[in-house]
Design a protein around this ligand. Structure first.
Ligand SMILES: Cc1cc2nc3c(=O)[nH]c(=O)nc-3n(C[C@H](O)[C@H](O)[C@H](O)COP(=O)(O)O)c2cc1C
Length: 224
């Protein structure tokens, strides 16, 4: 049992007073495409048109070898017939967790439109051509940091960081096609995708796409 006394009453009151779900949801969809990726792109286009800030930022959840969940934000890079693409370092905790257990989820929240999308499925690694394209499209600095970084390890020496990033920058300017061997493009192949949108009267609306055993998509409306 957690002791509630650790939280001062005024902190609780303050947090409880912060407004939530203040966005302006669009009307419910009139048309539901057969595949959830198409509805996701409809929603993403509408979010961009509405001015949602950074709608391609999402939380990736993974589990480690002890079953302990972990999550972090990253940038969605692409949506294809196969699924939802993101990228990062194979040697990072997320890379190790995905290697050990490729089950993962992505979650988006667009506060301006009061919408959430949750995607669950298996992650597979993109091939060399895809990871190379993703890497080379990054800025020189982003490529140098990705090459030099021991991501999420303790950084004991800031000087060593600067030196290794500078060395990686020099290497990239000598060879602009250089691709760090640890870089990965990952694709989350969806098994289920849930679309949620807020309602000011708390009659939130939810639509769940699920893959059947025949791999075809079925759609259901969920209780809020
Ligand atoms: C808005 C935003 C976008 C990010 N985009 C990425 C990304 O595309 N790829 C990535 O590896 N990390 C990205 N990060 C950093 C991750 O959140 C995380 O700190 C890093 O990947 C290390 O995670 P890990 O220790 O779980 O592997 C982003 C962070 C933020 C806040």
């Amino acid at each position: 049992m957690v002791d509630a006394d650790f939280s001062l009453p005024d902190v609780r009151t303050w947090i409880r007073g912060i407004p939530a779900l203040t966005g302006t949801p669009p009307p419910a969809p009139e048309h539901f495409p057969e595949k959830p990726g198409e509805l996701f792109l409809d929603w993403l286009r509408a979010a961009v048109a509405f001015g949602v800030v950074e709608p391609h930022v999402c939380a990736l959840a993974t589990v480690d070898s002890d079953g302990m969940p972990d999550s972090r934000f990253l940038i969605l890079k692409d949506v294809t017939e196969g699924g939802f693409w993101f990228s990062g370092s194979a040697a990072s905790p997320k890379g190790i967790e995905l290697k050990e257990n490729p089950r993962a989820s992505l979650a988006f929240y667009w506060r301006e439109t009061g919408q959430q999308v949750r995607i669950r499925g298996l992650v597979r690694e993109g091939d060399d051509a895809l990871r190379s394209r993703d890497f080379v499209e990054r800025s020189v600095t982003a490529r140098a940091v990705a090459t030099a970084s021991k991501q999420s390890e303790v950084l004991e020496d800031l000087g060593a960081y600067d030196t290794s990033v500078a060395a990686a920058e020099a290497r990239i300017s000598d060879d602009p096609g250089f691709v760090s061997k640890g870089w990965r493009a990952w694709c989350l192949e969806p098994e289920s995708v849930e679309f949620w949108q807020a309602d000011s009267g708390r009659r939130h609306q939810r639509w769940l796409y699920r893959r059947g055993s025949d791999r075809a998509w079925t759609r259901a409306v969920l209780w809020p």
